[in-house]
Ligand binder design. Structure first.
Ligand code: HEM
Length: 375
């Protein structure tokens, strides 16, 4: 999957101004949100009971931890020069590559991928709950849409997945190969099934070739946007859709990432898709893909990562263990929007608290890169 490539001739879009009426919570939102948090808590309790180490309740497995630099583009058109992107600047970033399950599975079980990006040292007014922070996180998956239209749908699929945590690794392994075959058929007829991919039906591709999306919208200054992080250096783009064969290596993806960054530097672009029509680009339903023909993804910044060791003990401690990535570590100008994002606020905080408490460590937002000891 790749976002449209912007060019100087790309016509400027007419974005819709954010208005509170674009968001309309369902009457039972608080109740369903609480149930989601409870189910996630069960997953975390289960993996903790097994391993005696607290893991993230989803996206537990890391496939590489990177430190890089974000350069915000100069002279962006006014509708794109908003919030973090309002003027040219450089920031340090920390990135974590992951896969979705809450348990640490062998990579022969091929599941959807995540990329979390933490931009450090960001000035400006903050969202509620993040007042003292100086970070802007982008928490992304390798699909332009979220698997479920609403919170109830998400709760249902979470309730189906929760009993498969830990105890049924062998079941997931078995279904993975079968699901990959079935997914290929679904994709061939133009679809993508959330259930199959999360049970191991994700194609076995190189994680560094993936394009990552917010899938859910955020406030973009005066407007509303979805965010994409797209591989652009040729050494990454040649990995896009590259099929892998897993010969039983449990940490194949991480090994590939580590080997790559010992030899290579690489770059991604951050692109923004502005909402130009709330009918075709809904705020509350994250399962709808906003049509790129109506509003293309436009480049607003570039992330450069130099050669480095993407997986060593000090870095694991500083980033995997002592950081949490959350869309709610945000500037007020980039407040997460819509039902899925509202439900994420308590869930990410609870998951991080559980990890801090059970692993006896402090999880805190860095003010500068130097705060990440050993990064
Ligand atoms: C209601 C919907 C969702 C809930 C309740 C939820 C909840 C969570 C929680 C609790 C964590 C673990 C946080 C931690 O321990 O630090 C997490 C991690 C993550 N989530 Fe979500 N999530 C939701 C939707 C999404 C969406 C829409 C995306 C992306 C488009 C996403 C991408 C990720 C990623 C990439 C991580 C790993 C972050 C890291 O590397 O630390 N999630 N999620």
């Amino acid at each position: 999957m790749s976002a449209a490539h912007p060019s100087p001739s790309t016509p400027l879009v007419s974005p819709v101004r954010y208005m509170p009426t674009l968001e309309h919570p369902a009457p039972d939102e608080a109740q369903v949100t609480a149930e989601i948090s409870q189910t996630m808590d069960k997953i975390q309790e289960k993996t903790f009971a097994d391993s005696k180490h607290a893991l993230r309740c989803v996206h537990a497995k890391s496939h590489g931890l990177l430190i890089g630099e974000l350069t915000i583009r100069d002279n962006l058109p006014p509708e794109f020069a908003q919030g973090l992107f309002s003027k040219a600047a450089k920031y340090k970033v920390v990135m974590r590559l992951s896969t979705t399950p809450g348990d640490i599975l062998e990579d022969s079980i091929s599941t959807p991928r995540g990329l979390a990006v933490k931009v450090i040292g960001v000035p400006g007014e903050r969202v509620a709950g993040s007042a003292d922070d100086a970070t802007q996180d982008f928490v992304l998956i390798d699909s332009p849409v979220f698997q479920c239209p609403d919170l109830k749908g998400f709760l249902n699929s979470l309730n189906l997945l929760e009993p498969t945590t830990d105890r049924m690794k062998s079941m997931k392994k078995l279904t993975s190969a079968v699901a990959r075959g079935a997914e290929a058929v679904v994709e061939a007829v133009g679809g993508k099934s959330a259930a199959l991919t999360s049970l191991g039906g994700h194609p076995e591709t190189h994680i560094l070739g993936e394009t990552f999306y917010s899938a859910t919208p955020i406030l973009y200054g005066d407007y509303v946007a979805k965010i994409g992080v797209i591989p652009v250096s040729p050494n990454l783009t040649e990995l896009t859709d590259k099929r892998l064969t897993n010969n039983g290596e449990p940490n194949m993806l991480r090994n590939l990432v580590v080997d790559f960054f010992l030899q290579n530097a690489a770059s991604w672009e951050i692109r923004v898709q502005l909402c130009t029509n709330p009918e075709t680009m809904p705020i509350e339903d994250a399962s709808v893909q906003w049509p790129e023909a109506e509003s293309p993804y436009i480049t607003v910044g570039r992330i450069d990562v130099a050669r480095q060791d993407a997986w060593h003990i000090e870095r694991i401690d500083a980033i995997d263990e002592r950081l949490s990535f959350s869309p709610w570590h945000a500037l007020a100008a980039h407040r997460p929007l819509g039902a899925i994002n509202r439900a994420r606020k308590p869930a990410y905080a609870a998951s991080a608290s559980f990890r801090a408490e059970h692993n006896h460590l402090t999880i805190a937002e860095p003010k500068t890169l130097a705060d990440l000891h050993g990064g």
